[in-house]
Design a binder for this molecule. Sequence first.
Ligand code: PXP
Length: 242
Amino acid sequence: MTTPLRLGVNIDHVATIRNARGGDHPDPVRAAEIVARCGGDGITAHLREDRRHIRDEDLRRIQDATDLPLNLEMAATEEMLAIALAHKPHAACIVPEKREERTTEGGLDAAGKHNQLQPIVSRLKDAGIRVSLFIEATERQLDAALQLGAPVVEFHTGAYAHAEGEERARILKQLADMSALAAKNGIEPHAGHGLTYENVQPVAAIPQLAELNIGHYLIGEAIFCGLEPAVLKMRELMDHAR
Ligand code: PXP
């Protein structure tokens, strides 16, 4: 069965440009409003430990500005847990975070970090927040997500996005197999990272995937054609692939 595929737009990099000058422009809230107007299904934002893009006050402003569900990407720390519990986003996606990395370079080691993750997953779930774990598409990590009681996993598509030819096909098959296995076990599979107009369709065609979260490429394209056309084009490519 093919599930409807949502598009979550990650607006972090609007804030990255804003922060380059330290002022208020461009405002990620304006981006969230445009995404809401043109048919995006959700807003994703990563409040990083170093606040390099979204800042604390942006979260409430985004929540106040649109009715779209907010997916808060967060590290598994007490500080981020407290912020999530205070803001009660629709969803929280737990991601690995290293201060020195340029972006989220690999999936969360849900298997190795079980003991650290369990209380955080439980407290988010108790607060009614839909928990997602950003993991590599492997059986080991999926099994750990199942043990942790996460209702959602987001598969890291960075390796897929960077691979070519047979290697890309191999990783795509792994994404498809793990999406099917997740769904069979009652976990809703999502995917994201490094997705572009060029590489999104084979991923969007995986029938069990329920959501793609896409940021950097869309914000980059928006510089040339505007955010609304960029989101609409991505949406169209995803719908065609389905
Ligand atoms: N999903 C998660 C969990 C992420 O951390 C990110 C950003 O690294 C994305 C999706 C979006 O990735 P990109 O900006 O490469 O589209």
